[in-house]
Design a protein around this ligand. Sequence first.
Ligand code: HEC
Ligand code: HEC
Ligand code: HEC
Ligand code: HEC
Ligand code: HEC
Ligand code: HEC
Ligand code: HEC
Ligand code: HEC
Ligand code: HEC
Ligand code: HEC
Length: 315
Amino acid sequence: MSRKRTLRLLGFVGGVGALLLGVVVLGVPAPALAQKAPAAALPAGYAGAETCKGCHEDQFTKFEQTKMGRLFLKHPRNSTESLGCESCHGPGKAHADAGGGKGVGGIVSFAKDDTTPVERRNATCLGCHQKSARLFWQGSPHESRDVACTSCHKLMETTSSRAQLARATVIETCGQCHLQKRAQTMRSSHMPLREGKMTCTACHNPHGTVTPALLKENSANETCFTCHAEKRGPFLWEHAPVVESCATCHDPHGSNHENLLKVAKPRLCQQCHVESRHPTSPYSRREKQVLGRSCVSCHANIHGSNHPSGHAFTR
Ligand code: HEC
Ligand code: HEC
Ligand code: HEC
Ligand code: HEC
Ligand code: HEC
Ligand code: HEC
Ligand code: HEC
Ligand code: HEC
Ligand code: HEC
Ligand code: HEC
C-alpha cells in the first residue's frame, strides 16, 4: 500500500472515530470537537498540563526535559500518560480553581510534609512501574518501613546519569539512610565501589527480592559467584563456612582488614578453631603458626581444595 493511501485511510478511520466520539460521548458535531479535543479528553477533576504551566512554568520547563516529561507532555502513548502533571500529582482542577497553594485542593506533593499516605503515593508510581524489578516490592523491607519511591527518585528534574535518582550516584542515594554502609566503602579494603566500577545495585535490588537482605541472587554466595566464579567449586575438600556464606568471613561493604575480612587473622580462624592437630593460640610456642599471613600461609586454599590430600587446605 502506498504511504499516501495509508495516510488517507488512517485519516478516514480517524474521522469516523472522532465523529462517533463526538456524537456518542459528547453529543457535539465533529467540527467543533476538532478544536476542543485535547481538553475534552480529560476526565472530570483534571485541569490539564497547560493549566499547571500557567502558574508553575519553572517546574513545567524542568520536567519537560526529563524522560517522563518528554513522553507525557509531548508524545503520550495512552490515557494515563496524557494526564501529564496529574498522572502523578492527581486530579488538580480543585487546586487550580482555588488559585493553588501549599496543600490546597488535595494535590499530592510527594514532599516530606505530604499528608497523603506513602502507600498511596507509591501506588501512583506502581500503576505504571509494577513490572520486572518491582515484582517483589510488596512486603519488601523498604516497602514495609514506608520508604517512598521518591526517597530514592527525583522526578521533576534529572540529577543523575541514569534512573532519575535522588542523588548523583547510587551510593549517595542509599547513603542518605545507610550511613554506615556508605562509610565502609571508604575503608582500606574495599571492592571498587568508590572508584565507580560497581555499586550497591551490583548485589542488591532495592525494590524487593525473594532473598533476605534484598540480594539479587538466591543467596549471598550466588551473588558473589556472579563475579568470583572461581570460588564456586565444586571442591573435593570443602570448607564448611565457605559453603555456608562468604559473609561469614568477609564484609562485602568494606573493611580495615585486608581482603575484606571481618576480623583480622589469626583471630578470624580462632573464632572456630580453638584446638586442632596443632595449637592455634597466639600464646603457643609454635609462633610460626600465627606470624605473617598466619594460618593461610600454610592453609593457602582456604576456600576449598581439589588436591587428593588437600583435606586441610594446605595444597
Ligand atoms: C492559579 C495558579 C496555580 C495553578 C493553575 C496550579 N498551581 Fe500548583 N500551586 C500554586 C501555588 C501558589 C502553590 C504554592 C507554592 C508554594 O508555596 O511554594 C502551588 C503548589 C503546588 C504544589 C506543591 C503543593 C504542596 O502542598 O507542597 C504542587 C505539587 C502543585 N502546585 C501542582 C500543581 C499542578 C499539578 C497543577 C495543574 C493541575 C497546578 N499545581 C496548578 C499555584 C497554582
Ligand atoms: C512522574 C511523576 C511526576 C509528574 C508527571 C510531575 N511531577 Fe511534579 N513532583 C513530583 C515529585 C515526586 C515531586 C516532589 C519533589 C521531587 O521529587 O522533585 C514533585 C514536586 C512538584 C512541585 C512542588 C515544588 C517542587 O518543585 O518541589 C510542583 C509545583 C510540581 N511538582 C509541579 C508539577 C508540574 C507543573 C508538572 C507537569 C509539568 C509535574 N509536577 C509533573 C512528581 C511528578
Ligand atoms: C503514567 C505512567 C507513569 C507514572 C504514573 C510514573 N511513571 Fe515513571 N516512567 C514512565 C515511563 C513511560 C518512563 C520512561 C521509561 C523508559 O524510557 O523506559 C518512566 C521513567 C521512569 C524512571 C527512569 C527510568 C530510567 O531508566 O531512566 C524512573 C526512575 C521512574 N519512571 C520512576 C517513577 C516514580 C518514582 C513514579 C511515581 C512518583 C513514576 N515513575 C510515575 C511512566 C510512568
Ligand atoms: C531504596 C531506594 C529505592 C527505592 C525506595 C525505589 N527505587 Fe527505583 N531505583 C533505585 C535505584 C538505585 C535504581 C537504579 C537501579 C540500578 O542501578 O540498576 C532504581 C531504578 C528504578 C527504575 C529504572 C530501572 C528499572 O528498574 O526499571 C524505575 C522505573 C524505578 N526505579 C521505579 C521505582 C518505583 C516505582 C519505586 C517505588 C515503588 C522505586 N523505584 C523505589 C532505588 C530505589
Ligand atoms: C529513605 C531511607 C532509605 C534509603 C534512601 C535506602 N534505604 Fe535501605 N533500608 C531503609 C530502612 C528503613 C530499612 C529497614 C531497616 C531495618 O529493618 O532495620 C532498609 C533496609 C535495607 C536493607 C536490608 C534488608 C534486610 O532484609 O535486612 C538493604 C540491603 C538495603 N536497605 C539496601 C538499600 C540500598 C541498596 C539502597 C540504595 C539503592 C537503600 N537501601 C536506600 C531505608 C532506606
Ligand atoms: C558485593 C556485594 C554487595 C555490595 C556491592 C553491597 N552489598 Fe550490601 N550486602 C551484601 C550482602 C551479601 C549482605 C548480607 C550480609 C550478611 O548476610 O551478613 C548485605 C547486607 C546489606 C544490608 C543489611 C544488613 C546489614 O548489615 O545491616 C544493608 C543495609 C546493605 N547491605 C546496604 C548496602 C549499601 C547501601 C550498599 C552500597 C554502598 C551495599 N549494600 C553494597 C552484599 C553487597
Ligand atoms: C559485580 C561484581 C562483583 C560481585 C558481585 C562481587 N565482587 Fe568481590 N570483587 C569484585 C572486584 C572487581 C574486585 C577487585 C578485584 C581486583 O582488584 O582484582 C573484588 C574483590 C574482592 C575481594 C578482595 C578484596 C581485596 O581487598 O583485595 C574480596 C574478598 C571479594 N571481592 C569478596 C566478595 C564477596 C564476599 C562477594 C559477595 C558478597 C563479592 N566479592 C561479590 C567484583 C565483585
Ligand atoms: C573461612 C573464612 C572465609 C570464607 C567463608 C570465605 N573466605 Fe574468601 N578469603 C578468606 C581469607 C582468609 C582470604 C585471604 C587469603 C589470603 O590471604 O591468601 C580470602 C580471600 C578472598 C578473596 C581475595 C583473594 C582471592 O583468593 O581471590 C576473594 C575474592 C574471596 N576471598 C572471595 C570469597 C568468596 C566469593 C567466598 C564465598 C564463596 C569467600 N571468599 C568465603 C577467608 C574466607
Ligand atoms: C565460622 C567458623 C569457621 C571459621 C571462621 C573458619 N573455619 Fe575452618 N572449619 C570450620 C568447620 C565447621 C570445619 C569443618 C570441621 C570438621 O569437619 O570437623 C572447618 C575445617 C577446617 C580445616 C580442615 C579441618 C579438618 O578437620 O579437615 C582447616 C585446616 C581449617 N578449617 C582452617 C581454617 C582457617 C585457616 C581459617 C581462617 C582463615 C578457618 N578455618 C576459619 C569452621 C570455620
Ligand atoms: C606452618 C604451617 C601452618 C600454619 C601457619 C598453620 N597450620 Fe594448621 N595445619 C598445618 C598442617 C601441616 C596441618 C596438618 C595437615 C594434615 O594433616 O595434612 C594442620 C592442621 C590444621 C587443622 C586440622 C586439620 C585436620 O586435618 O585435623 C586445623 C583446624 C588447622 N590446622 C588450623 C590452623 C589455624 C586456625 C591456623 C592459624 C592460627 C593454622 N592452622 C596455622 C600447618 C599449619
